[in-house]
Design a protein around this ligand. Sequence first.
Ligand code: NAD
Length: 453
Amino acid sequence: MHPLVLKQKEYYLTGATRPVQYRIKMLKRLKQAMKENEKELLESLYKDLGKSNYEAYITEVGFIYQEIDHMIKRLPKLSKIKKVKTPWMYLPAKSFIIHEPYGVVLIISPWNYPFQLTFAPLIGAIAAGNTAIIKPSRFSSHTSNVIKKIIEENFKEEYLSVVLGGREETEELIDSKVDYVFFTGSVQVGKAIATRASSHLIPYTLELGGKSPCIIDKSADIDLAAKRVVFGKLMNAGQTCVAPDYLLVHESVKELFITKLKEYINKYYPDPINNESYPKIITSHHFERLLNLLKEEKLLFGGSYDKKSQKIEPTIIEINSLDRPVMQEEIFGPILPILTFNNVEEVISTIRSFSHPLALYLFTNDKFVEKTILNNITFGGGCVNDTLLHLATPYLPFGGVGDSGIGNYHGDYTFKTFSREKSVFKKGKALDLALRYPPYDDKKLNLIKKIIK
Ligand code: NAD
């Protein structure tokens, strides 16, 4: 067994993590530690991804402050034993549900929002009373080091710890039979993690990616749609799991929409290659992959890049076929393919030809179109007339379906994900009906048939 898992299992079994007051204290400590390291955190996010302080604050650090505050406020209620009804024939008795932690949880996070996607599940692990081992991505090494520093300087390793290893170490941790795995990352690695966890019957959550469509209906406010698409697509230079991956634009509004898109790109990200608030691509490998996707495509806008800074200009391309390489994988960069449609059935059949997306965005002012899309397409979550913001509220569960993930979190749902519902039926001693005990005969059968019919 991995020594860290052993240590954490022993610590968990002391019961130290169980009292709600302890969990609240730890959440407060986590927030305090973040405050003390906020400058370093923002700097590390700039070094890893070129995120401006503003972008890093709203999407990573500030997001986590809000999630911690929400959890501290809600935890006393969420963690309370929940009384439920008991069927009359079993009375006198009480039935209740205890929200039990799993034990030692393993959190595996990706590089694109390296802080947010590590700490958001960590909040749930702490709130539900677990211990946690964190495995951040090696690609976002500056942020991973600050995460390690925050955790090591403020928490005992038997309670919270960070492992900066690679594949072998992660596999060893799972094989040491941690009690829960929370994975955020690609579909391919997610499958490997799920297979490994399943072989030990370890429960897991998978937060994966995929191709999230964005539909621009002819009834939409085109100017607003273009503005919000640029906001959602170019946040983190498109390296966002819920970024609009490709656009489906009604043929009749295509020209106007493209004009507006260009206007807003120019307005929000002038001179993108040299723009300090425009993020870079994480590694040269990811950078080359994106450039390859552009080969032989019809550019409508952008296309320039700089190898040294690893920045790619926001780029719009026109696509006439779903067979193009850019439509075969999640883009995860500032490339926006545009396809057109003439009716809503076409939209449904295009989106259904891919696996269930993590997000879907629809810009429309037509109630019928809205209802048809929402009722006929399966997707993790999404927005009508906006992008990304379904993820930013603690009141909506965030997660995928099928290839885009299993399970969800955020707000109260994070607590639910990291605790299981333990059912208890507490029976009174009075009224011990002979009817339930053997020997069973026809008389008892006839009687029971009168009660259960
Ligand atoms: P990834 O799957 O390559 O890596 C994720 C994590 O798994 C990292 O910590 C990595 O070190 C580890 N890992 C990689 N290979 C492994 C293996 N064979 N065994 C064990 N661990 C392994 O993902 P990524 O490139 O870091 O992130 C990008 C992907 O994540 C995209 O597909 C994106 O859509 C998805 N994503 C999803 C969400 C979400 O909330 N649903 C959020 C962000 C990113």
